[in-house]
Write a protein that binds this ligand. Structure first.
Ligand SMILES: [Zn+2]
Length: 452
């Protein structure tokens, strides 16, 4: 009965929900610098009207995290909804069809703007789900915790990372959903049970500068870098082997389950090199040299050259062995001294290795045994009228803070929006997708919190 009540309330109040999402999109929370407090205040005002108390935790310059609860008791099963309030910068505004903070509605079908997908759509849907349960006064035994966070787009340490260590620390979490966009267009909806880690390393070669008319007495840092690049693939031999949490064949099967037949899936797989390379990237670590910079003038031998190596780790892969492997390669195979910082006397030839950012991956080991997850899956299938599939995320999100260190391993990512359009120009969300996500969140929360 309550499910029908929830659905009919959502159908009646659609327009109000769309306006709430538009308001979130219109408020500037571009990170950097952040300004997430703008969004937190809108959420607070929206929830205050229905008697939900919110705690806002300000920090920095106009930044904040927010926590709100459905009720006062934490003795039953607690469900956590997590969504980030910050967005990536829109880039050049002239490239957009409509201004990025306008939240223009087109053809009554789409809302345009920075953050519609990543992830004010998912965040708004979670806030609304909390409001629905509160307003319908549905009796539950557990508690719904809403956590709207800052800083996700710049690492998450001051957002989800901080919340888990502070206001949420003493609260037992039994299941968590992060509302990131998980529509795998042209495939169906995805429920992510793991994510890869990310390691950004700066490699700096330090040589000796000199006049380019007699290069022999100098040491060209660009040449040094090219020697490293040439041997870079050998690093794979030095990195301890890590098993992917889900093997390639199993991953294929997980996607195939969402297709009418396995034959059809195999046909599509053969025609789509993009899906093949995605599957490949989810079962192995990967590395890519993404930036290089060297030289200051056409007639000077450069004494420094910098490159950025972007490494994506499997969920169980550690950062340290990768750094050690790179150092070993440069020392033993290329033959240069390796240092952690470049404050050395001039004239010394060496290579500096620095970690720019490091975030480990995460994975929910026992997801296949969870009844709650099965319920979630079935609900998505019913609401979206299509089978979703379980998968791993190639990128990295805030789930590591919640899953790792044992806080709440049973964390999934699921939300409205096509994930490939996140961070893009003309980012837009389909209104139907947004409304469906509200239904999934609200009904799942109701069912989850009613279980004893
Ligand atoms: Zn996001």
């Amino acid at each position: 009965m309550s499910e029908e009540l929830i659905i009919s309330k959502i159908e009646q109040e659609k327009e109000e929900y769309i306006e709430f999402l538009r308001k979130l999109v219109q408020s500037d929370s571009i990170n950097p610098p952040g300004n997430e407090k703008n969004v937190a205040l809108i959420i607070e005002e929206y929830l205050k009207k229905i008697g939900v108390k919110t705690d806002i935790f300000p920090f920095g310059n106009n930044r904040a995290n927010l926590v709100a609860y459905l009720n006062e008791s934490f003795d039953g099963r607690n469900l956590l909804f997590n969504g980030h309030m910050d967005t990536v910068p829109p880039g050049s505004e002239e490239d957009w069809k409509y201004p990025p903070l306008s939240a223009v509605i087109k053809r009554n079908k789409f809302i345009y703007g920075r953050g519609t997908i990543d992830m004010k759509g998912g965040l708004a849907a979670m806030v609304i789900a909390l409001k629905i349960l509160k307003e319908l006064k549905i009796e539950v035994t557990g508690n719904l915790i809403l956590n709207a966070v800052a800083d996700e787009e710049t690492g998450g340490e001051f957002g989800t990372g901080w919340c888990i260590d502070n206001p949420l620390k003493s609260i037992k979490c039994d299941f968590a959903v992060i509302g990131e966009a998980t529509d795998f267009f042209p495939l169906t909806k995805v429920i992510h049970v793991g994510e890869k880690g990310r390691l950004i390393i700066k490699i700096k070669t330090c040589g000796i500068s000199g006049h380019s008319s007699f290069p022999a007495i100098s040491k060209n840092a660009i040449y040094m870098m090219s020697e490293i690049i040439e041997k870079l693939d050998k690093i794979d031999d030095y990195i301890p082997k890590s098993e992917p949490p889900i093997k390639l064949e199993k991953l294929k099967k997980l996607i195939a389950d969402s297709f009418p037949s396995e034959d059809l899936f195999n046909r599509i797989l053969n025609e789509q090199p993009e899906i093949q390379s995605l599957l490949q990237s989810l079962t192995s670590y990967s590395k890519a040299l993404t930036m290089i910079k060297g030289g200051i003038k056409e007639n000077i031998i450069p004494d420094s050259c910098e490159a950025i190596l972007d490494v994506r780790l499997l969920p169980n892969q550690q950062v340290e062995p990768i750094i050690e492997a790179l150092k070993k390669l440069i020392r033993d195979d290329v033959g240069y001294i390796v240092k952690d910082d470049s404050t050395s006397p001039p004239g010394e030839v060496f290579v500096e290795i620095k970690v720019v950012t490091a975030s480990e991956g995460s994975y929910w080991e026992n997801w296949e045994e969870s009844d709650d997850l099965r319920d979630f899956y079935k609900l998505v299938e019913t609401i979206y009228e299509k089978k979703p599939f379980f998968f791993l995320m190639p990128g990295s999100a805030d789930a590591k803070f919640i899953r790792n260190d044992g806080y709440c391993p049973q964390t999934i990512l699921f939300g409205p929006g096509k994930s490939r359009n996140a961070h893009s120009i003309d980012e837009n969300i389909e209104i139907l997708d947004f409304i469906r996500a509200i239904k999934v969140y609200a009904i799942f929360a109701y069912k989850f919190l009613s279980k004893k």
